[in-house]
Design a protein around this ligand. Structure first.
Ligand SMILES: Nc1ncnc2c1ncn2[C@@H]1O[C@H](COP(=O)(O)OP(=O)(O)OP(=O)(O)O)[C@@H](O)[C@H]1O
Length: 264
């Protein structure tokens, strides 16, 4: 966690559960109690299908939990519409609009909110494009970008919405190891320089360890719940840390605990 930030909860959930209407008796997950504090970088790992993306949709206000409490300051747990537009949510597929340029895609949050002038919004996006290593791409269409560039564009658009809490659903899942490494460095720098709180879904345990303050291991199903895993590695972090004996031991421990969620 970044220094100087208060232990204010950005999200806190108690005994949260969710079942789709099609199978109300078999919850996707249940008994989720966890919190995300201001300025933290938290990762969520768990078997495919345990409900990670569903949880993000609940936090973003697209779905309503079927049990338990979800507290996000300024919203009402029982009213999912009160959460809509309160957090920045980047779903698994980047969802860039193919008929819009990079600039056009990044202007979407402004078009939805209309806060400030368009000139100011364009100026601010141009500045961010540089910071995101996307200078010169503003008139390109999504199909003219590499996978890494698309992800950065989608993240820029997510950030341009101006929310302090970002939900990133496997943003680097489809990228090669070296591109991923570059984006990790870039994301850590970005997170370190902004007052951003990040909740991040990944299947890559090294990625989770490198980026996070804490990791939640989600089990899914009835009585699955969630386990907390503390990442006591100093910051700033660099990928060379992956070869550090403490990192290797943490990775083995995390893998063992994740394995236990599969067989429990
Ligand atoms: N609209 C839906 N109706 C019914 N079941 C659904 C629906 N959407 C998802 N599910 C089911 O809910 C479960 C959780 O899906 P979810 O996408 O949240 O899992 P996940 O942990 O994010 O998976 P992955 O790691 O593979 O992305 C899965 O079994 C999925 O098939």
């Amino acid at each position: 966690m970044k220094g100087g930030l208060a232990h204010t909860n950005m999200i806190s959930m108690t005994d949260l559960s969710y079942s789709f209407g099609t199978s109300p008796e078999t919850p996707v997950f249940s008994g989720l109690s966890m919190d995300v504090r201001q300025g933290e970088f938290i990762s969520l790992v768990g078997a495919s299908g345990c409900g990670k993306s569903t949880l993000f949709k609940i936090i973003a206000g697209l779905l309503q939990q079927t049990g338990g409490e979800l507290n996000i300051p300024g919203t009402i747990s029982a009213d999912p519409s009160s959460r809509l537009g309160r957090v920045a949510y980047m779903p698994q597929q980047d969802l860039l609009l193919p008929w819009r340029t990079v600039l056009g895609n990044c202007l979407l949050p402004w078009e939805l909110n209309r806060t400030g002038s368009k000139t100011e919004a364009v100026r601010s996006i141009r500045k961010m494009l540089e910071r995101f290593g996307l200078a010169g791409t503003e008139q390109r269409y999504p199909h003219e970008l590499s996978g890494g560039m698309r992800q950065r564009t989608a993240m820029l658009r997510t950030l341009a919405a101006g929310h302090k809490l970002m939900l990133l659903d496997e943003p680097f899942g489809a990228l090669d190891a070296i591109t991923k490494r570059g984006l990790h460095r870039w994301l850590l720098e970005l997170w370190g320089s902004l007052e951003q709180t990040v909740l991040f879904i990944t299947h890559d345990l090294e990625e989770a360890l490198l980026l996070s303050d804490r990791i939640y291991l989600m089990s899914g199903g009835a009585g699955g719940g969630v386990q907390e895993f503390l990442v006591d590695l100093p910051r700033p972090r660099h990928y060379r840390l992956n070869y550090d004996p403490h990192f290797v031991a943490l990775r083995a421990d995390l893998e063992r605990r994740l394995y236990e969620t599969y067989i429990s």
